[in-house]
Design a binder for this molecule. Structure first.
Ligand code: GRF
Length: 321
């Protein structure tokens, strides 16, 4: 594969997960490469390992800095390295909301518990004290709320007789080293996969009242309003007419709005062939970090613009509560 996703790994300590990510990236046709290992601690042992592997490193102690200023220094290094994703691997810092929001969908973390159980610290001690049969580890997307983003993958690790937090932590790490590279590979690949994108779009479109799916010129389309009088409110376009885009086509309010969107955010919007002439905008889905709430809003808005009055009236009433 030539166009590998670029990941920056942030560490504070041993960096064994970082090492697992690096070695996995060297095997076969791994869809990511590690372009930077960065730390808030210049002494973090993982930095030396990364340097010995020929990977760019960056260290910036946080002492005496505000959270925002330290985050900005780290983010700057990540951007300079050209990273598309930030992968936290034992990075012992709470990140500022702005930093996290700018990387939403493109920042991952590994947490040593079966989330949503045991967010925060001392996860192994808490699992043992609770008498749990299993501990484990979770890879999740990072959101401003600590350890609360979408869980992408998990693995369970049994708790055995006489386990201490240390002995359990050691076995959980073995599991982490298998899990993290796989979860990262999967995450960086999923935005390229038309079937995965269509499945996600379909789930959102068909959740709207009285919508159904019907093919139109070979593409999946979504309609509202019943068998005979139904109208299309969305299409799924997979690299049509020579564009590289996999996209949702949705209705805008006017040609002015459409052209403004395309001009101001060309990475997100484009004017599709044929449909563009009637005010449909293309919203690009095959890019990292798509905001699916925004996609849902486009669907809702487009649905609303063609849905029969009896349905929109019901929604208006519901919205008032
Ligand atoms: C891992 O157990 C991870 O789950 C947690 O911090 C630890 C990092 O270990 N977030 P290492 O530095 O990768 O060895």
């Amino acid at each position: 594969m030539t166009d590998k996703s670029k990941i920056a790994v942030l560490i504070s300590g041993a960096g064994t997960n970082m090492a697992a990510l690096v070695y996995a990236s060297r095997i076969g046709d791994c869809p990511y490469e590690v372009v930077l290992v960065a730390s808030n601690d210049a002494q973090a042992p993982g930095l030396a390992l990364a340097a010995a592997e020929g990977i760019a490193t960056f260290a910036h102690p946080h002492k005496g800095m505000t959270r925002e200023a330290h985050d900005a220094a780290m983010e700057d290094a990540v951007r300079q390295a050209g990273a598309d994703y930030i992968v936290l691997a034992g990075y012992m810092r709470i990140l500022s909301d702005g930093f996290v929001e700018r990387w939403q969908g493109r920042m991952l973390n590994i947490h040593p518990s079966l989330l949503p159980l045991y967010k925060g610290l001392d996860t192994h001690a808490r699992a043992i004290a609770a008498g749990d049969t299993h501990g484990g580890t979770s890879v999740h997307l990072v959101t401003p709320e600590l350890d609360a983003g979408e869980v992408l993958a998990q693995v369970r690790v049994p708790i055995v007789a006489d386990d201490t937090p240390e002995s359990l932590a050691e076995r959980v790490k073995l599991a982490e080293h298998q899990l993290y590279p796989r979860a990262v590979a999967e995450c960086v690949s999923r935005w390229r996969d038309p079937a995965a994108l269509l499945a996600r779009l379909r789930a959102l479109a068909l959740a709207l009242p009285e919508s159904d799916e019907r093919e139109s010129h070979g593409s999946p389309g979504f309609r509202v309003g019943g068998e005979k009088t139904g109208k299309y409110f969305a299409y799924f376009a997979d690299q049509h007419h020579g564009t590289p885009h996999i996209a949702l086509l949705a209705r805008t309010g006017s040609m002015d709005e459409l052209l403004n969107l395309v001009e101001s955010q060309p990475d997100v919007y484009f004017k599709p062939a044929y449909y563009g002439a009637s005010g449909w905008v293309g919203i690009i889905l095959n890019r990292p970090g798509v905001d699916w709430d925004e996609v849902a809003e486009w669907l809702h808005r487009s649905w609303r613009s063609v849905a029969p009055k009896r349905l929109t009236r019901m929604m208006d009433i519901a919205d008032e509560f």
